[in-house]
Write a new protein. Structure first.
Length: 559
C-alpha cells in the first residue's frame, strides 16, 4: 500500500511538472513582404535565420507571394533582408516580430531616415468583410512636416477612416461599401485636402492604403490588396487633382492560335527599354494592372512570346501621353492575322455631379465578318445604341444610370441579339469600356473597368472565345445561392450529349477546382460547389459543352 501511494505521488508530481513546462506554441501564420525602398536593389528575404532565402529577387514597389503555414514555434519571427543573391550574411535588415497563430502578416520595408525599416501589419484570418462590404486600413509612412494625417473616403464632411494617424503607424480596418471612392488626405484636424485620389474597392475585398511622400505635392498612395496571394507590382492610386502623371494599361485581345503551336499564347509585355517584362505572362482576355504614374511624354510598348525576350517582339507600338490621363492599349489582330493595337485615352476621376451614373463606351477590335450593332440596356433607363464602328476605333462616352445593365450584339436587320453579356452588378460611379473582340468566326464582349488599377481577367477559361450563340443564357447557367458561404448549386442545360467540363477559377484566372469532366446526356444537370474551404472572394465558373457552346458565371463566397 505504501509503495502504491509513493508511486501515485510520483506520477502526480510528474504530471504537475509536465503541465508546468512552457507550452510549445501550436498553429501557423502567413506572411508576405512589400519592398518600398526607392533606389534600392532587388532583395532576398530570410525567415528565422534559415540561410536559404524564402523570398527571392523582390523588386521595388512589388509585394511577394504570401508564404503560408509558417509554424508559430516560440512566437517570434526573425526577418532579414539583403541584396538579391548576396546571401544571408549581406542582410542589412534584421528584426524580430511577435507572431500568433491564424494571422496574416504584411511586412513593409521602407526608408526611415538613412536606414531601412520594417513595419509588420497583422490581420486575423477570421477578419473578413460582411456582405457587400470591403475592409480598408491606412499605413502612414510619409514624412510630411505637418505630422499626422486624417484620411477620408467619399466626403470631407464625413468621419475619417483614419484620424490623427502619425507617421509609421497603421489604422484599424474600417468596413465600407465595396465600390470605387474618392480618397482625401488632410493634415490632422483639417478639412483642407492635401491630396485627392480615387481608390477602387471591390465587394468582399480587403485593402491596405500605404501613404508615402515628403510633401503634399509628392504624396503617393499604394493599394495593397488582401486577395492577391501572388507577387505583383503595387498599384498607385490615381490623383483627381493636377500634378499627377499618366498611367498605362494593356489588354491582350489577340486571338492567335497558330503562334508557337496550338492554343492562344500568353505574352510578355515590355515598356520602354526595360530588360524585364513589365507585365509577364499576360493571358488572352486579360487586362494588366496599371503602370504609372508616368513622367515621360511617350512610351514604347512591346509584346513578345513568353520567356523569349524583347528581341522576339511580335508587335511594337508607341503611346503618346497627355498629362493627367490614363491610357489603355488593346492588342488585337487584323483580318490578315497580323498584330495591331488600339490605344484609348480614358478620363480619370469621378465627376461630382454624376454620382449616380456610369460612363460607358465601346471599342471595336474584332474582325467578325458582319456589321454589329451594340445595344446597352440599363435596368432603369432607355437603351443606348452604338452602331458598327470601323475596326480599331472607339465610340464616344455615353451616360447610363449606375446599376445593372445588359450589353447586346445584333446583326444587320435582325431584331434578336445573337450575343449578350450582363454586368456583374458591382460597378459603381466609374468609366467602363465594352471591348468588342474576336475573329472572323468568333465573337465576345468584355467590360473593362477603367478605374480598377489591378489586373482584370475577363474570361478565366483558357482557350478560344465563345461562338456567336454561346452564351450563359443558352446553357441555362444559374447558381444558387449566390453569394454563398458553404455550398452552392450550379444548374445548366446540355443540348447535345457528350463530354462536358466545368472549372472554377479565382479572380486572377487560376483554376481552383474542376467541377465536371465527364460524359453527360442531353438535358438539365446540377453540380454542387463546396465553398466551405474557399477564401472569401469572387470566383468564376466556366462550362464547355459537347456541342461547342461555352458560358461563364460568377460566384461570390462570403463568411
Amino acid at each position: 500500500m505504501k509503495h502504491s501511494r509513493t508511486l501515485y505521488l510520483l506520477l502526480l508530481l510528474g504530471a504537475v511538472l509536465f503541465c508546468a513546462r512552457p507550452l510549445h506554441a501550436q498553429g501557423s501564420f502567413d506572411v508576405r513582404v512589400v519592398h518600398l525602398m526607392p533606389g534600392a536593389p532587388n532583395v532576398d528575404i530570410y525567415l528565422n535565420n534559415v540561410p536559404t532565402a524564402t523570398i527571392t529577387d523582390l523588386a521595388y514597389e512589388y509585394t511577394s507571394p504570401l508564404v503560408t503555414r509558417l509554424p508559430v514555434d516560440n512566437g517570434t519571427l526573425n526577418m532579414k533582408a539583403g541584396p538579391a543573391g548576396g546571401g544571408i550574411g549581406t542582410a542589412i535588415v534584421s528584426q524580430d516580430f511577435p507572431v500568433v497563430t491564424s494571422t496574416e502578416y504584411s511586412a513593409v520595408v521602407y526608408p526611415s531616415g538613412a536606414l531601412p525599416k520594417v513595419i509588420m501589419l497583422a490581420r486575423p484570418k477570421s477578419q473578413v468583410p460582411g456582405p457587400g462590404k470591403a475592409l480598408v486600413r491606412v499605413l502612414n509612412i510619409s514624412s510630411l512636416s505637418s505630422g499626422a494625417i486624417d484620411v477620408y473616403l467619399d466626403s470631407l464632411a464625413g468621419t475619417p477612416i483614419a484620424s490623427g494617424l502619425a507617421g509609421e503607424n497603421v489604422s484599424s480596418f474600417v468596413s465600407v461599401t465595396g465600390e470605387p471612392k474618392n480618397l482625401y488626405i488632410t493634415q490632422a484636424g483639417s478639412t483642407a485636402a492635401l491630396a485627392t485620389f480615387t481608390v477602387p474597392l471591390t465587394v468582399s475585398g480587403r485593402m491596405t492604403l500605404i501613404v508615402t511622400g515628403g510633401a503634399p505635392s509628392q504624396l503617393k498612395v499604394y493599394a495593397l490588396s488582401g486577395e492577391n496571394i501572388d507577387g505583383y507590382k503595387l498599384p498607385v492610386l490615381q490623383g483627381l487633382q493636377g500634378g499627377m502623371q499618366s498611367s498605362l494599361r494593356v489588354v491582350h485581345a489577340w486571338y492567335q492560335p497558330k503562334l508557337q503551336g496550338t492554343g492562344v499564347q500568353p505574352l510578355d509585355v515590355y515598356v520602354d527599354n526595360g530588360s524585364q517584362p513589365r507585365f509577364p505572362n499576360l493571358r488572352y482576355r486579360t487586362a494588366s494592372a496599371k503602370y504609372g504614374p508616368l513622367t515621360a511624354d511617350s512610351a514604347v510598348v512591346r509584346f513578345a512570346p513568353i520567356n523569349e525576350g524583347v528581341a522576339s517582339a511580335v508587335f511594337t507600338g508607341t503611346v503618346q501621353f497627355h498629362r493627367d490621363s490614363d491610357y489603355v492599349m488593346i492588342l488585337t489582330k487584323t483580318k490578315e492575322g497580323a498584330a495591331a493595337a488600339l490605344t484609348l485615352g480614358s478620363p480619370t476621376g469621378v465627376p461630382g455631379n454624376k454620382t449616380d451614373s456610369l460612363f460607358i463606351r465601346a471599342a471595336f477590335v474584332t474582325d467578325f465578318n458582319s456589321d454589329v450593332l451594340i445595344r446597352i440596356r440599363p435596368d432603369n433607363a432607355p437603351p443606348i445604341e452604338i452602331p458598327q464602328l470601323a475596326f480599331l476605333t472607339a465610340s464616344d462616352w455615353y451616360i447610363i444610370p449606375r446599376g445593372h445593365f445588359v450589353v447586346e450584339a445584333y446583326k444587320p436587320n435582325e431584331g434578336t441579339p445573337f450575343y449578350q453579356k450582363e454586368s456583374d452588378g458591382d460597378f459603381s460611379t466609374t468609366y467602363l469600356t465594352v471591348i468588342v473582340l474576336g475573329s472572323e468566326k468568333t465573337f465576345e464582349l468584355d467590360i473593362l473597368n477603367e478605374m480598377l488599377p489591378v489586373q482584370q481577367v475577363f474570361d478565366p477559361a483558357s482557350g478560344v472565345p465563345a461562338t456567336p450563340d454561346a452564351t450563359a443564357s443558352n446553357l441555362g447557367l444559374a447558381c444558387t445561392p449566390n453569394p454563398c458561404s458553404a455550398h452552392a448549386a450550379i444548374g445548366f442545360n446540355v443540348r447535345t450529349g457528350g463530354n462536358v467540363t466545368m472549372t472554377l477559377h479565382d479572380g486572377l484566372g487560376r483554376t481552383v477546382a474542376t467541377l465536371v469532366n465527364e460524359t453527360m446526356t442531353a438535358g438539365e444537370h446540377t453540380v454542387d460547389v463546396d465553398a466551405a474551404s474557399l477564401p472569401t472572394g469572387v470566383y468564376y465558373y466556366s462550362l464547355h459543352a459537347a456541342d461547342g457552346l461555352h458560358g461563364t458565371g460568377r460566384l461570390e463566397v462570403v463568411r
